[in-house]
Design a protein around this ligand. Structure first.
Ligand code: NAD
Length: 313
């Protein structure tokens, strides 16, 4: 039995004239209210497969996998909408084959992720996470907490798209030199110097931050060989997608202090419970890049606008 947000049983016989919007993943109240203006909302149904039968629109974040199998239960699904950017949890080919349009909200979380990167970068350079943990354990060890400043350092940005270029602009204002590894086609920007060769790029960067999609050419882009090219005091930040850094190679590089530190917001499997958690020079956040109130509001607005546009076309 599928219920809408008012708890009404949506039995099949009375559904032909109403738009059914199934929200599979957690969504803020404001966004749900906006979506209710478009039709009847079914929020986090217990049986997602069964709810597909009557759905016109399926909305997901990153948790639900929109597989060929899930789509096979759909009878009148028109749109799969991803609240966010990455479409790696959506089988786009399966959707295309069934004439289902896939949409997302590409620009809404850019600033939230870029600000998180700046925050992580400064706190990693100053050992803020370590200092916090020590004080919570009643350790006052200021002499071993001598950090580094970001001004004058080189920030290497892998992927100079929406988020990468936003990080670049903010870091430039803070006095960093900006280089990027991003094969053409590229965003033209006076702030950035593109480096063609990945090894050279890695060798020049003090901080490396990753902002590429997870595709064949970026899977394990940062592997054992890449860590060998980095500076000894390099810091690597990944807020893009798990799987772009080889986590085994990262573990070895951080454990052996080949690099100074790493900070991760995304993981090959989430929730992440792997062995990187044992290391004191790897800092963690649980995929919160887009997790600001402002970004969530922008995502909700952009989502509703894009759905309306699709329905009108
Ligand atoms: P974007 O498409 O605007 O930019 C991606 C850039 O990567 C482009 O400039 C592209 O040319 C470049 N690129 C592609 N292949 C490359 C390669 N092999 N090597 C180097 N560069 C390559 O994407 P965006 O909006 O900036 O998002 C970047 C990443 O951030 C995505 O993976 C997205 O899923 C992720 N993201 C994470 C969060 C989070 O919560 N942590 C939130 C939003 C987005």
């Amino acid at each position: 039995m599928i219920n809408d947000t008012l708890g009404r049983n949506l039995s099949a016989h009375n559904l032909s004239h109403i738009m059914i919007i199934v929200i599979a993943d957690k969504m803020e109240e404001e966004a749900i209210e906006e979506l209710k203006k478009l039709g009847t909302v079914v929020y986090k149904p217990e049986n997602l497969n069964a709810s597909m039968e009557n759905a016109d629109i399926l909305i997901v974040r990153s948790a639900t996998q929109v597989t060929k199998e899930l789509i096979s239960h759909a009878k009148k699904l028109r749109i799969v909408a991803r609240a966010g950017i990455g479409l790696d949890n959506v089988d786009q080919e399966a959707c295309k084959n069934k004439g289902i349009k896939v949409i997302n909200t590409p620009g809404a979380s850019t600033n939230a992720v870029a600000e998180l990167v700046i925050g992580i970068m400064i706190s990693s350079m100053r050992g803020v996470q370590k200092a916090h943990y020590q004080m919570k354990n009643k350790i006052w060890d200021k002499k071993n907490l001598v950090g580094n400043e970001i001004e004058g350092k080189t920030l290497g940005i892998i992927g100079y798209g929406r988020i990468g270029s936003s990080v670049g602009k903010k870091a430039h204002v803070l006095g960093m030199k900006i280089i990027s590894y991003n094969p053409p086609p590229r965003h033209q920007d006076e702030l950035v110097k593109y480096i063609e060769n990945l090894d050279e790029f890695l060798a020049q960067s003090d901080v490396i931050t990753i902002h590429v999609p997870l595709i064949d050419s970026t899977k394990n882009l940062i592997d054992k060989k890449a860590f060998e090219k980095m500076k000894e005091n390099a810091i690597v930040i990944n807020t893009s997608r798990g799987g772009i850094i080889d986590e085994e190679a990262l573990y070895d590089a951080c454990k052996s202090k080949k690099i100074m530190a790493a900070a991760l917001d995304v993981y090959s499997t989430e929730p992440y419970i792997g062995k990187l958690l044992e290391l004191e020079n790897v800092y963690f956040t649980p995929h919160i890049g887009a997790g600001t109130k402002e970004a969530q509001e922008r995502i909700a607005k952009e989502l509703v606008q894009r759905i309306k546009k699709e329905l009108d076309s």
